[in-house]
Each structure stands twice: as structure tokens, then as C-alpha cells.
Design a protein around this ligand. Sequence first.
Ligand code: HEM
Length: 391
Amino acid sequence: MARGCPYHPPAGYAELREEGPLAQVQLYDGRVAWVVTGYAETRQLLVDPRLSSDRSRPDFPVLVPRMAATKLTALVGMDPPEHDVLRRMLIGSFTVKRVNDLRPAILRIVTERIDAVLAAGPGVDLVPAFALPVPSTTICLLLGVPYEDHEFFEEQTRQMLMATSTAQEAADASATLIAYFERLVVDKQARLAAGARPEGLLDELITERLDTGELERDVLSTIAMFMLVAGHETTANMMALSVLTLLEHPEQADRLRADPAVAPGAVEELLRFLSVADEIQRVVKADIEIAGVVLREGDAVYLPNAAANRSAEVFDDPDTFDVLRGTRHHLAFGYGVHQCIGQNLARAELEIALRELVTRIPTLRAAAPVDALGVKPGGSVQGILRLPVVW
Ligand code: HEM
């Protein structure tokens, strides 16, 4: 389902909810899938070990053709216990403390981008000028990937994640990115062996896990590819849609401008309200009885967190955007063993970027109507293609 307004879930979600917390739909390939719109049921299912994330299973559901082919089989596409071994290797690099250490660098990146926007405008497209480069630069810094390669990996990511890509285009893009990382890892290994100081998460993983034999090079390259893709694409879409949502609700932007301490709460509300990574899917490993229905082994289950995050039982007046709501317990980062590993990083980037943008350019406004911004198709990370602004 495509969104009509880029910051609201598709109208069809409300119709599905009327059928109960679980409904059935037909996927593009004719397969029938469960759709979970209830908040409590989404949480319950996301911690149920009878649901599998194993994308190597032939019965793993495919929402759009491009998903059949991308190699997202490491980490996000694995089940415990193998999944947990990999996750434990990475989690230490994404703690609140590690992310707080990155905040000065993120502020520097944001400041440089706003300086460049001010120098270039008024009249700038904030997607290429701000929303994309801030997370791209940040994830490069964290991983130790050269930012000079950003046009290459941003384009491959687009091919991999846009619902309009064919299965072949998506497969080629993911293979190209993995090959890029295999070369990068070999280069880095040689540099480190020659005595270079480790810089960034990839260098750490090479010295602490690859050189010790705990990780194979192909697994490391696949995880690195996924972190690069997940690390910039989701956050970039969140960034562009967040700015648009604030511009469309100027009284909410005023609240953020008046008190920068509102930023963390505003980011939680934006995460709930926008739910850009709205495509969590699983396959049933053993029958599950829930909400009066039985999910049978082999059934496809789709858990659109944009539906759960607009649940009136949990969030008062859920379709209203309110930065002072005190939003908690949203499912924008998923829930359970696969809950987003980069969530602290995404929060820090969004907080710093949005706070700085509204305070440094207080007269910022959209230069095009919402319906001219190019809404991304359903089955992609949700977002807009452009955001022309003036001030
Ligand atoms: C606002 C931005 C972001 C959103 C909305 C988001 C959303 C999500 C969601 C919903 C999942 C769960 C998928 C599932 O259960 O199948 C997930 C997992 C993941 N995310 Fe994020 N993400 C964001 C930013 C990031 C960043 C910055 C990184 C940086 C590395 C990242 C890395 C990952 C990884 C590695 C996983 C898989 C974790 C696992 O399987 O254990 N994400 N993300």
C-alpha cells in the first residue's frame, strides 16, 4: 500500500484494523499473508520465538519482488542462537555512551551542512543538501568507510531498497555493495597488519573478530553492507520527513525552537508518527494461537509498525502530531531480539539535526506543496524524494 500523505500511514491500514488486530491480505505474488495492526499483538508476536526472521527459508515472505533477491541474510535475516552471537559482537559499538562520544562529531557534520545550505540559498532541496548527507557522513565515520564513495553506495542502496526495483536490480546492487566491502576489508586488513591504528567499527571488528577467526570475511562484509544501508537510508528518510512534518505543523516547530530540551521527546514522537521502516515481516515456524485465530506453520506475517504506532488504545488521539506528548513504547525501531541496533545513533542524529535546523533557520518553509514531493512507494523505506525549501 502506498501512502497518500507521506507522513500518514496508507488509508487502507485503518480499514484492516476494522477487521480486528489481525487481518488477511493477498501479496503481489498471490500468497495470502497475515497483517497485524493491533499494538499488543505486534509486541507479543515480535518476541515470540515461533516467528522466524530467517530469510534463507524458501517460505520467507516477499512483499515486493526486490525483496526476493537482496542478501539481507546476516543478522536481521537470522534467528537465535546464531543471530545473538553476531548481535553481541556489534551491540557494544552502539551503546548510549559510544553514541554520546560521537555527538560532537555529529554536531560538526550538521553545522557544516547548515552553513552550506545558508550559503547556497534561499531555494535549496533539503534531501541532497541535508537529510541524506548528515546520516551518510555519520555512518561512514562510525564504520570507517570513506565518504568519498557516498554517491556510489547511496545509488546502490536506492536500487536495493526502492520498491520499484526489479529483483535482478536489487540483487545486483546488494552483490555490488558486498563486493565493495570485501575489497575494503582486505585493504583495511593490510593497513592494520602494517601497523596502522584502528579507526572505526570495521577496523575493530577486523582486529578483534576477523583476525581471531570468530567472523568470516563474507559475513563481516554482509553485516557491514547492512549497517551502511540501514544506517543512512532509514535515518535520511526520517530526517526529510521530520523536517516536512515540522514545517507542516509550525506550532510544533515553535515548541522545539522555544526549548531545545524538547528535542528528545520530539524525536520520539516523530519516530512514532512517521514509522518509516514500516515493513517488518516474519514466517511462522510452529502454530501460534492469538486473538482468536491460528497462525499456521509456514504462514507469512507482516507487522506494519505504522499501524501499531497509530493505535488509539495506546496513544491518545494517535493521528495528532504532538511533540509534548511524552511518547514512549512506540515500535518504530521494532521490538524483541531484532530491535534496531542503531537506534541510539539515529536518535542522536535526529535530535541534533532538527534542533539546529529550526533554531538556525527559524523562517524555514516548504517551497512546494506536499503532493509535489514524490512519496516513496509502499514496500520501500517510507520517505519523500525531494524537499525544496526557502527562508
Ligand atoms: C530512524 C532510523 C531507523 C529506523 C526507523 C530503523 C528501524 C529498524 C527496524 C524496524 C528494525 C527491526 C527489523 C526487524 O525486526 O526485522 C531495525 C533493525 C536494525 N537496524 Fe535500524 N533503523 C534506523 C536506523 C538505523 C541505524 C542508524 C543503524 C546503524 C547501524 C541501524 C541498523 C540496524 C541493524 C543492524 C538492525 C538489525 C538488528 C538485528 O537484527 O539484530 N538502523 N531497524
